[in-house]
Every structure is written in structure tokens, then in C-alpha cells.
Design a protein around this ligand. Structure first.
Ligand SMILES: Nc1ncnc2c1ncn2[C@@H]1O[C@H](COP(=O)(O)OP(=O)(O)OP(=O)(O)O)[C@@H](O)[C@H]1O
Ligand SMILES: [Mg+2]
Length: 254
């Protein structure tokens, strides 16, 4: 299987990027795929969610992007088939880099070159912004996974983000494979169904059919430092993510 490098991206905060990155990666690793997750958010929440608190000594993707470390030296094993690169405490400095022109957007892609030949998937958990870090993710990937909530304001945010992605497509002369996932879906709200209907109209065949339902359990997981698949494997949320992983592998869309 060819390596797939996927940016988990949405400029809007709190939509479920990190939760999706952690749990989808975990589910794919359980299925036997070799998966690496990269925490590209200075907040370091992906590391925390997988049981690696933001310890400042750990070398992370910051050192890799600054050209001080190879990716290989920064891989932390989370479980069989799953490894993590933490954000590192200097990632925020890279976000604020103002010199280097287009080159500062290409740090990640260059650092990745040939580093993941033994992997099936690399997921990049992006910060909720549209600065240098996100530019680096877009240089380094061909696929974008967009977590969405089922509310009205996220629809507005989405059209803004699609315009940003389009700009990158033109500048970099490539077309991203874009997939949407409803990552915080409240099945009892009418607005959720309305948002889903609008999304299906505007993004046909680009939405993963399994929705991740809103669940208090998912909000508890980062505090425990475990994916829901490890913490409560029999839960509804764990089932949602296992099903989502199958959709993702089989290329199922709606
Ligand atoms: N389906 C869900 N049900 C309930 N809570 C959820 C769900 N998905 C995510 N959460 C919780 O919502 C909060 C935000 O989720 P998460 O951190 O994954 O979003 P994010 O998009 O990565 O945020 P940021 O933009 O800050 O990086 C977290 O507390 C998380 O545990
Ligand atoms: Mg996040």
C-alpha cells in the first residue's frame, strides 16, 4: 500500500481535529496499519490525548522543522503500529517566522522526504489557524481530512477554508483529495441534520458516511491520556471510530 499523508485541518477551533486524529489513527493501528501521528499544534493536545504530556525536554516536530533533528529521532511509540511526534515547545516560534519566503512553508515536506517509507498513514493534527504551520502541512500532504461540527457557524468557516485550500491548489499546482467528517454530531438537533443536508449538497461524495456522535466520554479521554478505543473499547464512541476507520480505508463516502 502506498503511503498516505493526511492533514487534519480546520481553521475553526474545537471542532474535533485532535480527537479525530488520535482515535482514527488508533483504530487504523488496531486494524494492522502502520500509522504515525504528528502534533503540529503548539498547544500539544494530540500528545496529551495519547498519554504524552507536554514535557519540555522532548524533541518534537519543532526541532525537525528547525533542521536540528531527523523525524526518525523524534518518534515515540504509543502502541503496536502507532507512533507519535510531539509538537515540542518551540513550535510557536515557527508559527511566527516572518523571513524565508516560500521556503518557510516547505520545512515539513523536506523533513518528511523518505522518512515514512515503512508507514501506511501519516496524520498531521493542525492548529486552529491559517499561518506558517498550516502552510507547512499543506505543502507536505495531498489529502485533507476536515472535521466539522453540525452547527451553522462551522458552515461559514468551511467556505472560508475551502477558499484558502483553493489558493494553495493554484500556487502549488496540485489538487487535494478532500474528505469531511462530522466529528461532533448531535443526532437529536434539527440544525445538525440541516447542516448535514447542506454539506451533502455542496460536497457530494466527499463526506465520510459514519458520523462521530457527541458524547461526554470523548471529552473525558484527553484528561485520561488515552484514546477512547483503549479507555472504553466497548463504548458507542469507540464503535463510531472503528466504523469511521473502515469507511476511510474502503473509501466510502456520501
Ligand atoms: N464527538 C465529541 N463529543 C464530545 N466531545 C468531543 C467530541 N469531539 C471532541 N470533543 C471534545 O471537544 C473538545 C475539542 O475537541 P478537539 O480538541 O478534538 O478539537 P480541535 O479541533 O482539535 O481543537 P483545537 O482547534 O483547539 O485544536 C475537547 O475537549 C474534546 O474532548
Ligand atoms: Mg486540536
Amino acid at each position: 500500500m502506498a503511503l498516505r499523508v493526511v492533514a487534519v485541518l480546520n481553521q475553526k477551533g474545537g471542532v474535533g481535529k485532535t480527537t479525530t486524529s488520535a482515535n482514527l489513527a488508533y483504530a487504523l493501528a488496531d486494524m494492522g496499519f502502520k500509522v504515525t501521528v504528528i502534533d503540529l499544534d503548539p498547544q500539544g493536545h494530540l500528545g496529551v490525548s495519547l498519554g504524552i504530556p507536554a514535557v519540555k525536554q522532548l524533541k518534537g516536530i519543532d526541532a525537525v522543522m528547525l533542521g536540528e533533528e531527523s523525524v526518525e529521532n523524534c518518534l515515540l511509540s504509543i502502541k503496536d503500529n502507532l507512533q507519535l511526534v510531539v509538537s515540542g515547545r518551540r513550535l510557536q516560534e515557527i508559527e511566527q517566522l516572518s523571513d524565508g519566503g516560500a521556503k518557510r512553508g516547505d520545512l515539513l515536506r523536506q523533513a518528511f522526504d523518505g522518512q515514512f517509507d515503512d508507514q501506511d498513514f501519516v496524520f498531521i493534527d493542525c492548529p486552529p489557524s491559517s499561518g506558517v504551520l498550516v502552510a507547512n502541512a499543506l505543502f507536505a500532504t495531498d489529502e485533507i481530512l476536515i472535521p466539522m461540527t453540525g452547527d451553522y457557524l462551522s458552515l461559514q468557516g468551511l467556505s472560508h477554508m475551502m477558499a484558502t485550500i483553493k489558493k494553495f491548489e493554484i500556487a502549488l499546482q496540485k489538487q487535494y483529495q478532500k474528505l469531511l467528517v462530522l466529528s461532533r454530531f448531535n443526532t437529536t438537533r434539527r440544525i445538525s441534520k440541516e447542516v448535514l443536508a447542506i454539506l451533502m449538497k455542496h460536497f457530494p461524495n466527499q463526506i465520510l458516511p459514519t458520523v462521530i456522535r457527541e458524547a461526554a466520554l470523548l471529552a473525558e479521554c484527553p484528561g485520561i491520556g488515552k484514546s477512547v478505543l483503549e479507555y472504553k473499547p466497548g463504548s458507542r464512541s469507540a464503535r463510531d471510530f472503528r466504523q469511521l476507520a473502515r469507511d476511510f480505508i474502503e473509501g466510502k463516502v456520501m
